[in-house]
Design a protein. Sequence first.
Length: 102
Amino acid sequence: MLSLYEPGATLLVDGSGRSFIGLDAITEELTRLLTAPGTMISRNNFCACQGDIALLRADFALRDGERTIVAGSTAEIIRRQDDGSWLYLIDHAAGASLPSVT
């Protein structure tokens, strides 16, 4: 999973504002995700491109059998690399499912 991120990428996992910046910090957080019980299902909702930048949204659920442990929607920005591949620049794992700010 780490190979999907730019070296200086930012990962946010909830609404706290806490950021994990760079591959070392992202590695620690992804390790927590990969050791969580259950199976994650993710479905891409949309991709909006403008040149070498794209905005993504995916809907996900972490399930243990029939029980949903957590579910939400992501907000992500990816950037096309020189070799044509796309890598995460900003990955907000819960960004599209946070409550509205009033």
